[in-house]
Design a protein around this ligand. Structure first.
Ligand code: FE2
Length: 266
């Protein structure tokens, strides 16, 4: 942290091996260039055929992530279930059923000593069943009061309206709210009236060009065209992107002062 400015770097969904390779190749330099104090990466699509396994979680940490957030595919791999209980740095949505392994928030203490509460919730619109994310986040923030200095949130959701409403409902309580899940970065990075940095969706890390959300196009076009489903294959070759956003938080004024969407070409 320099001049009271705390920098939060958040990266969109890692998609498969190409996304993992791009992260390994690009994240260390990116963190250095922007002066990131904390780096949050959504990892719920990193492993094959989706979800996140322990080996790939370790790769994401080795690339420079401080916290890995999740979403609707987080529980896909069986080895992750015990790992979610063992590590505090891999999150699944907090509004999953109460008996679900793992947890939906964690406090990361940064080099400056600032304690950052990272919250991960999932939307309810066009998503699988989960508890109300608004109520869940409200409860988490209240319960964690005193244990953190600033809070940020990854809302993993399909509907733009749900993500915008969520961010406005917590405007001023989170330093930054960033959406994930759609794999398409939005052009609405902004500071909300109460001082929260916000973007509706961070985008993705992986091969975008010529793919559908990082997946090879043929099987998806076939499904839309004929109704016949083939296995979806993630794109392995081609130019990869790291979609992310940088939020600069003024610790003295207690507001976010900049929110910038960025795409790194790897
Ligand atoms: Fe998702």
């Amino acid at each position: 942290m320099q001049n009271n400015i705390f920098r939060i770097l958040a990266l969109g969904d890692i998609v498969g091996k190409a996304g993992l390779a791009a992260l390994k190749a690009g994240l260390p330099q990116l963190k250095k260039r922007v002066g990131a104090d904390i780096t949050v990466v959504n990892g719920e699509n990193a492993s094959e055929p989706n979800g996140l396994n322990v080996e790939d979680a370790r790769l994401i940490f080795a690339s420079g992530a401080d916290i890995i957030t999740g979403g609707n595919h987080t529980l896909r791999h069986k080895d992750m279930l015990a790992f979610l209980d063992e590590t505090r740095s891999v999150l699944r949505p907090a509004n999953y059923p109460p008996l679900c392994p793992g947890r939906g928030c964690a406090v990361a203490t940064c080099a400056s000593g600032l304690r950052v509460l990272v919250v991960n919730v999932m939307g309810q619109v066009f998503m699988q069943q989960c508890d109300n994310p608004f109520v869940c986040a409200q409860t988490l923030l209240n319960e964690a009061a005193g244990s953190y200095d600033i809070a940020v949130c990854d809302i993993h959701a399909e509907a733009t309206s749900e993500k915008q409403a969520f961010a406005l409902a917590f405007d001023g309580r989170f330093a930054a709210v960033f959406g994930t899940h759609t794999h398409v970065p939005t052009a609405d990075a902004q500071i909300l009236p109460g001082g929260t940095g916000y973007i509706t969706d961070l985008g993705m890390c992986g091969v975008r060009r010529g793919t559908v959300l990082g997946v090879e196009k043929e099987a998806i076009i076939k499904r839309f065209t004929t109704g016949v489903s083939d296995r979806f294959e993630r794109a392995q070759a081609g130019e990869a992107v790291l979609d992310c956003a940088l939020f600069e938080y003024d610790a003295a004024r207690k507001i976010c002062v900049s929110a910038t969407q960025m795409t790194e070409i790897i």
